[in-house]
Design a protein around this ligand. Structure first.
Ligand code: DX5
Ligand code: ZN
Length: 236
């Protein structure tokens, strides 16, 4: 069953971002990371408006859905997520994360995503404070803290986002919720441990998996290994 709520909160989950894949053979690239141990698949949708880049949309998701059983962790970097929720669900997305900074009303967007049958995530850009997510925490399944400015793969990890992660994880624990905390941008074998120590349990990585010299399996194994860092420091 492809339901993000069924995935354990207390161990590291790895979500390879196809943005770093070779789009000329996308299905083979997805099979490669699935065989290498990906827990879910991160799909970066960019509209050239909310972010200054254009990636792909529903038709691509529909094509890969027909050939993959992975849970599609869809990251909507678009201005009007409420308007498009049903379209992405129909294309085969299992989970939809939208940005709190998008144009649509968060309550309406959550409702539209639920009505479309998907689980719900909310993402925060680096400049958005952690407290901004607190009013929504009880109604969602995942918080995505951006550790780069959204729009492009291959950027440098922003360590100054870690205190935000820790604050959000503390609030999740305080309220006894089962919300996933995902980080996205510049995650690799060096930064993953820092993110885990600050309460992140779900790691998005594009470059560090698809372009890792020793192959995707070694890359994903190293990311999973950061599980030993979970629960260590900042939390509690
Ligand atoms: C950035 C995207 C990320 C990106 C991560 O806007 O949301 O998912 O693909 O790429 P890396 O892992 O290369 O930083
Ligand atoms: Zn992303």
């Amino acid at each position: 069953m492809r339901d993000i709520r069924q995935l354990p909160n207390g161990r590291i989950l790895v979500s390879p971002s196809v943005l770093a894949a070779d789009f000329g053979c996308l299905n083979a690239e997805i099979e490669r990371v699935a065989a290498a141990g990906a827990d879910l698949l991160h799909l970066d949708v960019m509209d050239g408006n909310f972010v200054p880049n254009i990636s792909f949309g529903p038709p691509v998701i529909q094509s890969i859905r027909a050939r993959s059983e992975l849970l599609f962790d869809t990251h909507l970097m678009i201005r009007n997520p409420a308007r498009y929720a049903a379209v992405f669900a129909k294309a085969g997305a299992d989970h939809l994360t939208f940005h709190l900074e998008s144009d649509d009303d968060p309550a309406q967007t959550i409702e539209a995503i639920r009505a479309a049958g998907c689980t719900v995530g909310i993402s925060l850009k680096p400049a958005t404070p952690p407290e901004a997510i607190f009013p929504w925490l009880d109604r969602i399944d995942l918080v995505l803290v951006m550790t780069v400015e959204p729009g492009f793969g291959g950027q440098r990890f922003m360590g100054d986002q870690m205190e935000k992660c820790a604050k959000i994880r503390r609030e999740i624990l305080h309220r006894k919720l089962a919300v996933h905390l995902e980080v996205d941008g510049g995650i690799d074998d060096k930064t993953v441990g820092i993110a885990a120590r600050h309460g992140a349990n779900m790691m998005v990585a594009g470059t560090a998996i698809f372009r890792y010299a020793d192959g995707a399996e070694a890359a994903i194994r190293q990311l999973h290994a950061a599980g030993s860092e979970l629960d260590k420091e900042v939390m509690l």
